[in-house]
Design a protein around this ligand. Sequence first.
Ligand SMILES: Cc1ncc(C[n+]2csc(CCOP(=O)(O)OP(=O)(O)O)c2C)c(N)n1
Length: 197
Amino acid sequence: MERAGCIEMMYPELEDKVVVTIMGASAQELYNLGHRENFFYLQHAMGLASSIGLGLARHLPNERVVVLDGDGSVLMNLGTFVTLARYRPKNMIHVVFDNGSLLSTGGFDSQTASGMTDIAAIARGAGIEHVAAVATTTDFGEAFVEALERNDLSVIVAKVAAVGPEHYGMDLHLPENGFRFKRWIAERKRAGQPVTA
Ligand SMILES: Cc1ncc(C[n+]2csc(CCOP(=O)(O)OP(=O)(O)O)c2C)c(N)n1
């Protein structure tokens, strides 16, 4: 299974969600489908997409937050699962694309390539109840639909091939993306989403 196909499958559902991605290939593959103002591509801060997602989910309880993460990134911030389990944001879906690789910076193996490290097991062990481990596009689609229907924190660990986009390059730098993303959230609030902060 390829991540690009999974993201393409998710794309129509992401229209009205608060979306945070890691940098590199995941960001590029989503961007290539067509940027939307509700997409935030977290550059540089490797590992922290789910932490930002958690903050957004708690701040915006009436929005659904979808985080697109990678194995290398999540391995740099394993404590995130413990914090997610503790706060259990019902409105957050955390997708970890596990390609066993640090693909965006040259394709070096990550620790999951060894077969020893099981990210889904780590998430379960941290106390997260709804964790799906999938390896086919059909199972991914089903897990994502179930997560959308569930009113609870969901983690999906998707085993994908270590392949990425042919070209990297987004005409949207971090500050501009950040300002526009913030504005999208503010406009949603003005349009009637209750504010809790
Ligand atoms: C703290 C830190 N270390 C290293 C990097 C460089 N870096 C950017 S993306 C990346 C690989 C990310 O791997 P993964 O999350 O598995 O996603 P993939 O690239 O495989 O899609 C690395 C090492 C960084 N941005 N920040």
